[in-house]
Design a protein around this ligand. Structure first.
Ligand code: AMP
Ligand code: MG
Length: 408
């Protein structure tokens, strides 16, 4: 069945081999908080204060002392506490303090009783429920304690971190500069969009996919365009990328065809490892180094280029950029239809995951040929089928990996 796949390199070995060689190569800069969105923190952030900074009310209601409620008679309102305007008056026995959400609770407060659980008759407040100690009080430091590490170095700043940092009063952050990534496509047949095609030509699509993924990752992209299968022009582009970027990513020219010059040039200028990976799509993949830049050679087939970027290049770029990287979650789902598969390679089939009546269900997007774009654009997940697994029958459980931020 099929060809011999025993010599193919497992994805996990390729990933480990690459990551072992790579280290963060981006120095740091200090940026105002709003400009740091999408950047990667260079340092751990310890909270400079407690959040919330003081005990405060979680409700609009009344601050009470339990001892005053013990008599079971109404309490007299002593005054009011607003957010930003603490109550500073006396608090005699038998009294309560009207309090709004976010206002500091007066010293001695045991609980806040929400307004809906009281009845007011002028200044006389009747309490309809017995509060438990601490009820509706947000304690100082209960969210973040002063001095605690709230974000680790390597965290990418998303909209979720911005309000957190602002709540700590942090106006500037120390972040990594963006990774500089040069890209080009190779192939005599490739034409840029917006130009006519001659017979035998196709549009260069990979560069648009790679560029979009680099934008998602916050990299600075140096786009060197399309290069024909010409060793002299390719050599010049490799040298320019090496001088101007931290990383070069190319697509095409990494197979064993007669117009595949990548290997020859990388041997001449740097070092190259050509890997035949035990994954589908994406068998040919090159990883190496130029004198100053790292090199990733993606397969020419569009789906293979996207999948190898997502699975292999993304974690590598994260390491170079100083980012802590976690792969998207993998889940179990039931195959709603049979899936074609031959043993020998780890398959990243493109699937559509949905909620069925009995749990998660997944179906294929159709042809899984690595030249079929629609298989990727209609998908919302990978169906990850183990290397030695064969054909999957409808009803079998399979592993799915919903697309992460890179592809969404
Ligand atoms: P190669 O890896 O150069 O042998 O290319 C493998 C297949 O991918 C061929 O069918 C190429 O025409 C196609 N291909 C290569 N580069 C691109 C690209 N940038 N955009 C679209 N298809 C490509
Ligand atoms: Mg080619």
């Amino acid at each position: 069945m099929g060809f011999d796949t025993s010599g193919l390199l497992p994805l996990s070995d390729a990933l480990q081999g690459m990551l072992e060689q790579l280290a963060c190569c981006c120095d740091t800069e200090q940026l105002p908080l709003p400009e740091a969105l999408g950047r990667i923190l260079a340092d751990d952030i310890a909270s400079p204060l407690s959040v919330p900074p003081f005990d405060n009310s979680a409700m609009d209601g009344y601050a009470v002392r339990l001892a005053d409620l013990a008599a079971g008679t109404p309490l007299i309102m002593a005054g009011k506490a607003f957010a930003g305007q603490p109550y500073q008056g006396e608090w005699p026995a038998g009294h309560c303090v009207r309090i709004m959400t976010g206002a500091p609770v007066p010293a001695g407060t045991d609980a806040v009783v929400m307004q809906e659980e009281t009845r007011a008759d002028g200044e006389r407040i009747t309490f309809l429920c017995q509060p438990v100690p601490g009820q509706n009080i947000r304690r100082a430091g209960s969210d973040m304690a002063k001095g605690a590490c709230v974000l680790g170095a390597g965290t990418r700043l998303t909209p979720r971190e911005m309000p957190l940092l602002a709540s700590l009063g942090i106006a500037t952050v120390n972040v990594r500069r963006p990774l500089r990534v040069a890209i080009f496509s190779t192939g005599d047949e490739l034409k840029p969009v917006g130009t006519p095609l001659a017979h035998g030509d196709i549009y260069d699509s990979n560069r648009y996919g790679v560029k979009a993924m680099l934008a998602r990752l916050g990299c600075d992209c140096l786009d060197l365009g399309i290069l024909p299968d010409n060793p002299d022009l390719l050599r010049a582009a490799f040298i320019r990328a090496d001088q101007e970027a931290d990383v070069l990513i190319t697509t095409g020219g990494v197979s064993v065809g007669e117009a595949d010059f990548t290997k020859q040039l990388l041997d001449e200028l740097g070092e190259i490892g050509f890997w035949k990976l035990a994954i589908k799509p994406g068998k040919p993949f090159a990883f190496g180094r130029l004198p100053h830049a790292w090199f990733f050679g993606l397969p020419g087939n569009p789906v293979s280029a996207m999948v190898t970027f997502d699975q292999l290049v993304q974690p590598a770029l994260a390491k170079l950029a100083g980012q802590r990287f976690e792969r998207p979650l993998q889940l179990q789902a039931v195959a709603a239809e049979p899936l074609k598969k031959s043993p020998g390679r780890l398959d990243f089939q493109r699937g559509i995951l949905c909620q069925g009546p009995n749990g998660l269900e997944v179906r294929s997007t159709g042809s899984q040929d690595s030249a079929v774009f629609s298989s990727l654009s209609r998908a919302n997940c990978y169906i990850v089928l183990e290397r030695e697994r064969g054909r999957v029958a409808a009803g079998e459980t399979v592993t799915v990996e919903p697309f992460g931020g890179l592809l969404l």
